[in-house]
Design a protein around this ligand. Sequence first.
Ligand code: 5GP
Length: 125
Amino acid sequence: MAVTGLGPYDDNNIFARILRGEVPCKRVYEDAFALAFDDIHPRAPVHVLIIPKGKYVSLADFTAGASAEEVGGFFKAVGTVAKQFGLEETGYRILANMGGNGHQEVPHFHVHLFGGRALGPMLLQ
Ligand code: 5GP
């Protein structure tokens, strides 16, 4: 079910539990700003979720509340993960769902990284 993308942060959301190590994940990258792990239901040969270490509900919350260092560090991590998977030559897509119309399901800001095949013009249905 989609979340609003706004409102208070829920410390028991699944990505908070992954960050705390309470729920396992297939970790592919981690630094001071971000954790990246395989999506449990991959929609492409590479489908990685990159999440900030801080408690932000959505992209709206992240851009409003995070420091420039956190925002910069996070997006550098996104680029680093794409490079780590060798996607720079073939290309890739990043996606951040926000709120109801964006069909955001997990209320901890995350970016999807898709690659490994031609993705078509857009992922809209
Ligand atoms: P959203 O719709 O919020 O942008 O995407 C949430 C993503 O989280 C979905 O692609 C879903 O497959 C993934 N996901 C949900 N629960 C888990 C989990 O427990 N582990 C992992 N690795 N991914 C999850």
